[in-house]
Design a protein around this ligand. Structure first.
Ligand code: ATP
Ligand code: MG
Length: 569
């Protein structure tokens, strides 16, 4: 199964969206010379999550659709929290999603010299000043939504003094936090972002790319708009929380008189039963609630990949949720529906017994082995068939047998006949139990040799069809059954004083050992995906296990609550 198919970009949808409308208009009026050039600007302070996938799909997908360009830009202005591990993972994840930014990989830190020059320019224009207020004081002077702020006592320093102090900030003469460079805008602005925002702070911390060249670092807001400008971005697509910052970006670019991209905001993706803040995800990793950023329960792209999600299913998901101007929460069942839909068509079917119960076919010859032809995927005949060995001793699923079945149980029970998929009808003739516990440990059955292939010549019917494996041929594997990481729909909806971790689902991982799988699953490649018949979709773990004894991760169970919701509407 290949991960590279054509990208279903946002523009493939018949319906348009408001971002496309803006771009269409800009193209019509020739605003950017007909160019479309977008960017995705992650901060390398964590792994990408499904929300980022949406942002990537929007920015890169739209550029692709218009035959434009897109940049990957690392917004690396906070050396305290950033790391090359994150840079590497971000690259890998975006590539895996199916986007290729070619040579256009940039770093805000590449612009530190130019940004410094821009800051000096603002100082010379009397539009920025060095302020000696502490962080707490800056906050206090800033005012509130209902109260205007107060001017800093340092606001009216002369240009010469500001230039001198800023130069000395850069030279490392001052302590962290002792001074900042601030824009001189308007402390009475109704928009708090415009109340003399900090442009530069002192941080005596080495940077993962610039080493110890700098001890002052530009703030995100200053860096971001200028990076977009430097790169010639036409449409700077971002999430709604940056709407308030747009006037600040406009101010910086207009004051400096530089090229001015159009910022467009859309609603960020929220999913129920999960959190999407990198700070919280980091906490789960650091405190060992999950095995790492790529734990298959994480909403990270690497977690979803390890869980068995395909890039196509994630792009399909983004396509279905679309872009909007209003925040909302998407049902995670839709994401699960998308991967089911994709794997239903692409994943080969296999038989796997997760909770084995031994079955002995009393009237089957001791040493005989027959090879049964099994269909690899009924949705796609081109995937062909395979041969599955059948012999005297088999395993079936424990819960496919009940000694004293209720009315609607159509599977195996004493005296009852069922079909073994692709093989024979069998009838249960005896039940062996553990003397002490009373647990059923073994079934004895007989088979009807006339029913090979799954039907009886005399036309008699059975109501249950079970999957099975041959004991002598099966491989043994661990299977990890995953459930939602949080059992509360909104994990942040906790009691006062409780952490979001109180919403964690204590049963989000169950490891089944001693599962028995049909032998064709031996030696399969890491990451390959299958449907285990009647159970769900599973993939070979990318880290653990060996070819002889692989570890499988549950991607998603077969039951589709989203399809049910859709049907009932
Ligand atoms: P967090 O708040 O979890 O730290 P972030 O938004 O600060 O995430 P960035 O690395 O700055 O993380 O994100 C890069 C881009 O991804 C930003 O432009 C941001 O708007 C976008 N993005 C982040 N989260 C989402 C989301 N849930 N839905 C859509 N876009 C998102
Ligand atoms: Mg951010």
């Amino acid at each position: 199964m290949t991960d590279r198919t054509p990208i279903n970009a946002p523009g493939d949808r018949e319906s348009s969206n408001f971002i496309r409308d803006i771009i269409d208009e800009d193209i019509q009026t020739g605003r950017f010379g007909g160019r479309v050039h977008t960017r995705f600007p992650p901060e390398p302070n964590g792994y990408l999550h499904i929300g980022h996938a949406k942002a990537i799909w929007v920015s890169f997908g739209i550029a692709t659709d218009y035959g434009g360009l897109y940049n990957l830009r690392f917004d690396d202005t906070n050396p305290v929290k950033e790391d090359v591990e994150y840079v590497d993972s971000i690259r890998e994840d975006i590539r895996w999603l199916g986007f290729d930014w070619g040579e256009r990989e940039f770093y805000a830190s590449d612009y530190f010299d130019r940004l410094y020059e821009y800051a000096v320019q603002l100082i010379k224009m009397g539009r920025a000043y060095v302020c000696d207020l502490s962080a707490d004081e800056v906050r206090e002077y800033r005012g509130t939504l209902t109260e205007s702020g107060r001017d800093s006592p340092y606001r009216n320093r002369s240009v010469e003094e500001n230039l001198d102090l800023f130069e000395r900030m850069r030279a490392g003469e001052f302590e962290d936090g002792s001074r900042t460079l601030r824009a001189k805008i308007d402390m009475a602005s109704p928009n708090i972002a415009m109340r003399d925002p900090v442009l530069y702070r002192i941080l005596n911390v080495p940077h993962h790319r610039t080493g110890d060249r700098w001890c002052i670092y530009p703030m995100y807001d200053f860096t971001h708009c200028l990076s977009d400008s430097i790169e010639g971005i036409t449409h700077s697509i971002c999430t709604l929380e940056f709407e308030n910052n747009r006037p600040l970006y406009d101010w910086v670019l207009d004051e400096l008189g530089v090229y001015h991209p159009q910022q467009i905001e859309f609603a960020r993706l929220n999913l129920n039963y999960t959190v999407m803040s990198k700070r919280m995800l980091l906490q789960l990793v650091q405190e060992g609630y999950v095995s790492g950023w790529d734990d298959p329960r994480m909403p990270t792209i690497s977690g979803l990949r390890r869980r068995g999600y395909t890039p196509e299913s994630i792009r399909d998901f983004c396509d279905r949720i679309g872009v909007a101007k209003a925040n909302s929460t998407v049902d995670v069942a839709l994401l699960e529906h998308c991967i089911r839909d994709d794997l239903n068509r692409r994943a080969p079917r296999r038989m796997a017994v997760l909770h084995p119960l031994k079955v002995i076919i009393d009237n089957y010859p001791d040493d005989q082995v027959e090879y049964m032809e099994a269909v690899n995927n009924p949705e796609d005949p081109s995937m062909g068939t395979r041969q599955v060995p059948f012999s005297k001793v088999l395993y079936i699923e424990q819960d496919d047998f009940m000694e004293d079945p209720p009315k609607k149980f159509f599977r195996l029970a004493p005296g009852r006949e069922v079909r073994l998929r692709y093989a024979y009808f069998i009838r249960c003739v005896d039940v062996v139990k553990d003397k002490d516990t009373g647990e059923v440990v073994e079934l004895h059955c007989t088979y009807d040799p006339e029913t090979r292939g799954g039907s009886a010549p005399d036309g008699r019917k059975v109501r249950g069809t079970l999957h099975w494996v041959s004991a002598a041929h099966a491989i043994t594997a661990d299977v990890r059954m995953y459930d939602r990481l949080f059992d509360r729909e909104n994990p942040l909806d906790v009691e006062e004083g409780e952490s979001f971790k109180a919403s964690l689902n204590p049963n989000s991982l169950e490891i089944l050992t001693e599962c028995r799988l049909e032998p064709s699953l031996a030696g399969t490649e890491r990451g390959s995906r299958y449907q285990f018949e009647r159970q769900g979709y599973f993939c070979v773990d990318s880290r653990d296990g060996t070819p002889e004894s692989p570890v499988f991760n549950l991607t998603v169970a077969l039951r589709d609550s989203w399809a049910k919701i859709q049907q009932s509407q």
